[in-house]
Ligand binder design. Structure first.
Ligand SMILES: *Cc1c(COP(=O)(O)O)cnc(C)c1O
Length: 347
């Protein structure tokens, strides 16, 4: 066995300058509040090992993950007291792990509060549900004995519709203002990426941007300051001519109406290039759009490269990751476009 495999036919790179600049822009937009970073789901598919050091060096001091299994990778780069686990402690094993690592849970229910106290307790965070009805104690449950006994470092709530001009935003803000004095936390945090753009009233002490760090534009106010971060490329592995009347791909869903040139690209739905990015979407080479033809396969996709006589095997094609446009073209959300990126890209 040779020591090193050949260069991969698929590559994901990060524009680390853009990632750092996005964090700084969101931190500046957060005014007096400090921007943290949601790095759950392997930093939205981009890789914790690559993203967290960049965010840390840019100045970020709060990192949010969802699961305990995500903690160890983050702790390789930042101290435990900067990491928060959003799902909290659902059982004794998680509480024991939290205590052992020094990572604080975000307590979400009276049961979680009891589990945390049972394990020895200590400072933690608390999520109060102000209207998303997803995760967090209700305002009424703040009177629960175990909840009331918590030493709350940061009080959190999460906005349901911050990416829209919805009356729910002001309603949730109002409820958050009502509950904060009941908890008397050391600090408070409400805004995700879109929430930051809702204005200073939503900022409190810490903001929790995720998608915008990675290039997502979830409100028009972010468009000028947020840059794309993910750069995805895949190799051409075959080039062929297709005669009029021939079909391409599984179930022969594309039929050539004239003779065309086609290139087979080494990326498919197993890599997160989902079938929703099939016909109607395009890949790019030297700024030229190459329309996808036929079904996306597990490991391959075929494009019409008639416009590129120079394109050949071994060339790398750009998989467009300008998130708002690609979301509109594919029907996937900007979040999905990133978080589905597959293992072969992140290896
Ligand atoms: C994922 C998440 C965020 C980040 O949200 P974005 O919309 O990606 O900015 C913030 N807070 C909580 C509780 C989350 O679950």
């Amino acid at each position: 066995m040779p020591d090193l495999p050949p260069p991969p036919a698929l590559r994901l790179s990060l524009d680390t300058d853009a990632l750092a600049a996005n964090w700084r822009a969101l931190d500046a937009m957060s005014g007096a509040a400090q921007a943290g970073a949601a790095v759950k789901a392997d930093a939205y598919g981009l890789g914790v090992g690559r993203a967290v050091p960049v965010l840390r060096d840019a100045g970020c001091r709060r990192f949010f993950v969802a699961h305990w299994c995500e903690v160890a990778a983050v702790l390789e780069h930042v101290p435990a007291d900067q990491v928060c686990v959003l799902h909290g402690v659902t059982n004794a094993a998680e509480a024991t792990y939290a205590r052992a690592t020094g990572v604080s849970p975000v307590v979400n229910t009276p049961l979680q509060a009891a589990i945390w106290q049972e394990a020895g307790g200590g400072p933690c965070h608390l999520m109060v549900d102000t209207g998303i009805n997803r995760l967090g104690v209700t305002p009424e449950q703040l009177g629960d004995q175990a909840v009331a006994a918590l030493q709350v470092d940061m009080l959190l709530s999460h906005l349901a519709s911050a990416d829209e001009d919805s009356p729910l935003n002001a309603q949730q803000l109002q409820r958050f203002h009502e509950v904060t004095p009941l908890v008397r936390p050391r600090s408070a945090s409400l805004a995700n990426s879109a929430g930051i753009a809702l204005g200073s009233g939503y900022h409190f002490d810490t903001t929790r941007p995720g998608i915008a760090l990675y290039g997502g534009i979830v409100r028009p106010e972010l468009a000028d300051s947020i840059r794309p971060v993910a750069i995805v490329q895949a190799m051409v592995i075959q080039r062929r001519s297709i005669s009029a009347g021939e079909t391409v791909g599984y179930n022969a869903t594309f039929t050539a109406s004239e003779k065309i040139e086609a290139a087979t690209i080494a990326i498919g739905y197993a890599d997160g290039f989902l079938r929703a990015r099939g016909p109607g979407n395009a890949l790019r080479w030297r700024s030229l759009d190459l329309p996808v033809i036929g079904r996306v396969s597990m490991d391959m996709v075929v494009v019409d490269c008639s416009a590129c006589p120079d394109l050949g095997v071994g060339d790398y094609i750009d998989i467009p990751m300008d998130l708002p446009l690609q979301a509109a073209l594919s029907g996937l959300s900007q979040y999905e476009l990133l978080t589905v990126l597959g293992k072969r890209l992140r290896g």
